[in-house]
Design a protein around this ligand. Structure first.
Ligand code: PMP
Length: 421
């Protein structure tokens, strides 16, 4: 059995500061102007821009390697199979999974969490069992559990967000009991940017006999993730938030869990044998990958992971931390602006509201200055309710952002305020 260690690239790379001026040239989208201004892209929590290596790899794969994977014996199919399985191994290295076969390639985080809900949870939850989530979850880590609870008679319980804008392990444990079967929580909030104490909550959940599913959508592009160190049971993420193609991502789960889980889709590629009387299933991960896989997407995702790992996590994190410190100061200098959450807890995501200006108006006006941010409820309506707002604006950073980007945002916000107040 292949045991992978964290890729050598991120252990050795990253001792130097990130050369942002140079790496910005890797992202062709940054070369454009929007409404006459150079693009300032601060909507990375929604989706990230793609480096040329990923774009070229995807184009080259479609140009010459466009076979189907795990199907035919010809050369193109062989190459496709290799690309798919190399991508699986690359995801395993990203997450420090025990082995590549613990990685199910999915369409993204939503797809991965729904797989856990409709397979593991549908099979294992009984009336009266409890699923614990937190108040800050993205709808992708809420709606699937709500449905599954309705279908099985289980109960959804919620860990509140504390007044300091984070989730505490004690508050989670206070809601765990003998009926808790699953704790599902974000690694990093897509609104407040806080990192949840996943390892600690996992330890306590396991003491109560519950499994833990982690929504890693906002973590994987910004910090090294080690599922073995976290101790969790399921980990989901999306490729497009990690500079990879849309429609890609993965679910990692411990092998014994995957082996016990039924498939949720039937079709080609997921079977061992089929007759009119009976079908037997392939072992995981193929059991969960019915139909033609997104081979080219997986290949692009592997290239994206390679790109980020080669930069090195320590350099990347230092850069994004510097951006956040700068952003907290820059946003504080904008009259009437209130930043949500607590200083020192934000990871590459900073959300805010402005006196008497609707977030959509903020978003529209800063776009006129070429600044792309996200506005709305961020698919976290219960959290909006907790914060006492209907919507907010959010700036989110990636490795190519600069202090100048942050200054451009602050300047555009000042203009918006002058226009609208
Ligand atoms: N969880 C979180 C925390 C997210 O930020 C997002 C994307 N906004 C998702 C889940 C869903 O990701 P996707 O739409 O790529 O499946």
């Amino acid at each position: 059995m292949l045991r992978m260690s964290r890729s050598g690239a991120d252990e050795t790379a990253g001792t130097e500061p990130l050369d942002v001026v140079r790496l910005r040239h890797d992202f062709p989208a940054l070369e454009q102007r929007v409404h006459g201004h150079p693009l300032v892209y601060l909507d990375n929590a929604a989706t990230t821009l793609k480096p040329r290596s990923v774009i070229d790899a995807v184009a080259a794969a479609y140009a010459s390697d466009s076979g189907n994977a795990h199907r035919s014996v010809h050369a193109l199919s062989g190459r496709a199979t290799q690309q798919l399985e190399t991508a699986r191994a690359r995801v395993a290295s990203l997450l420090n999974a025990g082995e590549p076969d613990e990685v199910v390639l999915t369409g993204g985080t939503t797809d991965a969490l729904n797989l856990v809900a409709s397979s593991w949870a549908r099979t294992n939850l009984r009336p009266g069992d409890e699923v614990l989530i937190t108040e800050l979850e993205h709808h992708a880590n809420l709606v699937p559990w709500q449905w599954t609870c309705e279908q099985t008679g289980a109960r959804l319980r919620v860990v509140p967000v504390s007044d300091d804008g984070t989730v505490h392990a004690d508050d989670a444990e206070a809601r765990m009991g003998p009926r808790t079967r699953l704790v599902a929580l974000a690694h990093v909030s897509n609104v407040l940017g806080c990192a949840l104490p996943v390892a600690e909550i996992t330890r306590r959940a396991h003491e109560h006999g519950a499994l833990v599913a982690v929504d890693g959508a906002q973590a994987v592009a910004h910090r090294p993730v080690d599922v073995q160190a976290l101790g969790c049971d399921f980990y989901a993420f999306s490729g497009h938030k990690l500079h990879g193609p849309t429609g890609t991502g993965a679910l990692w789960a411990r092998r014994e869990l995957l082996e016990a889980m039924p498939p949720t889709q039937g079709g080609g590629g997921m079977v061992a044998s089929v007759s009119f009387e009976r079908t037997t299933f392939a072992p995981p991960p193929q059991r969960f990958e019915a139909g033609t896989p997104h081979v080219v997407g997986a290949h692009g995702l592997a290239c994206a992971i390679e790109y980020v790992q080669a930069l090195g996590w320590s350099a990347l994190r230092a850069h994004e931390r510097d951006l956040m410190v700068h952003a907290e100061a820059a946003l504080a200098s904008v009259d009437g602006l209130q930043v949500l959450g607590s200083p020192g807890t934000r990871n590459s995501v900073v959300s805010f509201v402005m006196d008497s200006i609707h977030p959509h108006d903020i978003g529209t006006l800063v776009d006129r200055h070429g600044v792309a941010i996200r506005t709305g409820h961020h698919c976290a309506q219960p959290l909006m309710k907790r914060l006492g707002i209907g919507a907010c604006a959010r700036a989110s950073f990636a490795l190519y952002n600069t202090r100048q980007d942050v200054d451009a945002l602050a300047e555009a916000l000042r203009h918006a305020r002058e226009r609208l107040s």
